[in-house]
Structures are given as structure tokens and as C-alpha cells.
Write a protein that binds this ligand. Structure first.
Ligand SMILES: *[C@@H]1O[C@H](CO)[C@@H](O)[C@H](O)[C@H]1NC(C)=O
Ligand SMILES: *[C@@H]1O[C@H](CO)[C@@H](O)[C@H](O)[C@H]1NC(C)=O
Ligand SMILES: [Zn+2]
Length: 308
């Protein structure tokens, strides 16, 4: 073999081994990055049996009375949030004073960061889907269990990470506090750039815990490589609002590390692989009322049939 052919083969093999991961939207045939179906070749956990996100089939969720509400600690504190473009998404770093307990989580958790997943040009971009429906955008708030200090330390604990997910629904009115987030994203257009949002409260963006009794819970993974299977997932039933103007503004500002527009930043849904999705009881009252009504109805029907 000609030496230069040998060398270029070797180099391309090497670049395949260390290829950057990317979303489907970044991938084209002449790209060397790894799109989601090839993540597992480099990050074995991505091919595991407890992967996220998933499609939640509401008729198959198990209602569980042992899923109490959360306690949010520090959510109303005034904090400075550092925003950084990480090349695949923008992270909003949270101070350790923001904490989480309750929600049947096995311990105390401190917040690390939050980030969003979005689509592009009118395409929805949530990671979780509900009965097959993808929502316009999804917020993830990442919490690490104490006493772990990092994802690397937490990754061997099935509930080492607690991820809170909120789905956004498009509304005619603006979300009153998202414009600060949008402006910050406009200041971190390129990989590695960062900015600070001074004097904000997490409670500006998410509702108080007392309004969040109803949620889905399952065990899963991080949705970006290495796809660590260490996440207790909570997907709230309550959605957050965003106007179409805000959605457009969010989607068109940042760029991937490759310089392309940062759009459609979500991983495709993963197989359940036998897992069960639980739902807290807050909405169970309604469900059982409906069931009771249905069974009463079928008794009536049954009786009618017998009479005839
Ligand atoms: C936020 O930043 C401002 C200006 O740098 C500083 O004065 C303030 O103390 C900071 N607030 C917190 C909670 O760290
Ligand atoms: C993105 O920026 C970070 C520094 O913030 C750097 O470590 C990383 O290599 C960059 N990614 C690419 C693909 O350029
Ligand atoms: Zn996420």
C-alpha cells in the first residue's frame, strides 16, 4: 500500500475513534461526527437498556401513591447565573444554594445547571414525547445527589442524578421571564462564549412546588453522551408557556461548535426495554373517578343486556 494512502486510512480511522458526537441535524454524509444512532460505538452506555428520553404512553403509566411532592430549596433566592455555549447546547449554571428534596428521591440533591432542548423553524424539539406528541421545547434542571461532586462521581448510582423536565406549550402570550434567557442566549452565540444573567430567581421560570404535585417518574439516563444510566427522571404534567415569537428568537441565535445553526437539539426517543413509568397520585383522583364512572356504566349496560 502506498504510504500516503496508508496514512490517510490510519488518520480517518483515528478520527472515527475520537469523532465528536452530534445531533442528527448537524450530520451530513461528508461529516465525521457521530449522529445519535452511532453514539454507542464511542459511548457504550448510549446502547444500554435504561436510556432516555422516552415516549410516555399515558394509558400504560402506573399510578403510584408513594410519589409525594418535592421541596424546592433556594428557588426564590436571587442568584447570578452564568450561561455558556457548550457547543451542543447552552448551559445555565446554578449555585449550590439551589437544592431539591422530596419527590421520593433517595437523598438530598443540589442543582448544577439547567438547559433547553428545542427544534427549529416551527419544528417541535422536546426530548420526551407524550403519547407520541413532541412539544415545542423542554427544560431540564440537572441535580446531583449529595455527597457527589460531579456527574463522574454520581454515574454509578442509579439515582445519582435527578433531572426535572418541563415541557413547553405554545401560547399567544409571552412567558413573562423568558426574554432574559433569550437575551443571554444572544450573547453566547459561539462555542465557549459565556455571559452572566444577574439577579434572577429560578422561581421566575418554573412554578412553585405546590403546583407540581402531578408528574411522571422513571429511571433512565443522560440524553447526551456518555448517556450515563444514573438518572431519576421527573417529567412534570404541568407545562410552561412560550409564545411563537419567543420560540423563534430562542431557536435562531446559537451555533453548534461546527458553526451551523443550533437547531433540533434533541435525542430521538429510546426503547422502554421493560421499564415502568409511574405517575404520582395527584391526578389519580380524577383517573379513579373516571374508572368508577366507567364501571358503574358497564354495570348498567350489563344489567340492560341481562334484562333483554
Ligand atoms: C451577583 O453579581 C453582582 C455583580 O457582580 C454582585 O454584586 C452580587 O453580589 C452577586 N450576587 C450573588 C448572589 O452572588
Ligand atoms: C468548544 O469549546 C470548548 C471550550 O469552551 C472546547 O474545550 C471544545 O474543544 C470546543 N469544541 C469544539 C468542537 O471546538
Ligand atoms: Zn437535557
Amino acid at each position: 500500500m502506498d504510504f500516503s494512502v496508508y496514512l490517510s486510512t490510519l488518520l480517518s480511522l483515528l478520527s472515527q475513534c475520537t469523532a465528536q458526537w452530534c445531533y442528527q441535524s448537524q450530520y451530513s454524509c461528508d461529516d465525521t461526527c457521530r449522529d445519535p444512532i452511532h453514539w454507542a460505538a464511542q459511548f457504550p452506555s448510549c446502547g444500554g437498556l435504561r436510556q432516555s428520553p422516552i415516549n410516555i404512553v399515558t394509558s400504560k403509566v402506573h399510578v403510584n401513591s408513594a410519589l409525594p411532592p418535592f421541596n424546592f430549596i433556594g428557588h426564590t433566592n436571587t442568584i447570578n447565573v452564568t450561561v455558556e455555549n457548550k457547543g451542543h447546547s447552552a448551559h445555565f449554571a446554578l449555585p449550590q444554594s439551589v437544592r431539591l428534596t422530596g419527590g421520593a428521591l433517595p437523598g438530598h440533591y443540589r442543582a448544577a445547571q439547567f438547559h433547553f432542548h428545542w427544534g427549529g423553524n416551527g419544528r417541535p424539539g422536546s426530548e420526551h414525547t407524550i403519547d407520541g406528541e413532541r412539544y415545542p421545547m423542554e427544560l431540564h434542571i440537572v441535580h446531583i445527589k449529595e455527597p457527589y461532586g460531579s456527574l463522574a462521581e454520581a454515574e454509578h448510582d442509579m439515582a445519582g442524578i435527578a433531572l426535572l423536565a418541563f415541557l413547553f406549550e405554545e401560547t399567544p402570550d409571552d412567558h413573562p421571564h423568558l426574554d432574559t434567557v433569550i437575551a443571554a442566549l444572544g450573547r453566547v452565540q459561539n462555542n465557549g462564549s459565556s455571559t452572566v444573567i444577574p439577579n434572577v430567581q429560578l422561581s421566575d421560570i418554573i412554578p412553585p412546588a405546590k403546583d407540581l404535585h402531578s408528574y411522571y417518574r422513571y429511571v433512565g439516563s443522560m440524553t447526551t453522551p456518555g448517556c450515563e444510566q444514573a438518572v431519576a427522571w421527573t417529567v412534570f404534567h404541568r407545562t410552561l408557556s412560550i409564545s411563537s415569537r419567543q420560540l423563534e428568537a430562542i431557536v435562531e441565535q446559537c451555533r453548534f461548535w461546527t458553526g451551523q445553526p443550533m437547531t433540533d437539539i434533541f435525542r430521538p426517543t429510546q426503547p422502554l426495554d421493560g421499564r415502568v413509568v409511574y405517575r404520582s397520585e395527584a391526578s389519580a383522583a380524577l383517573t379513579s373517578a373516571v374508572l368508577l364512572w366507567l364501571s358503574a356504566f358497564s354495570v348498567v349496560l350489563g344489567t340492560t343486556c341481562l334484562i333483554h
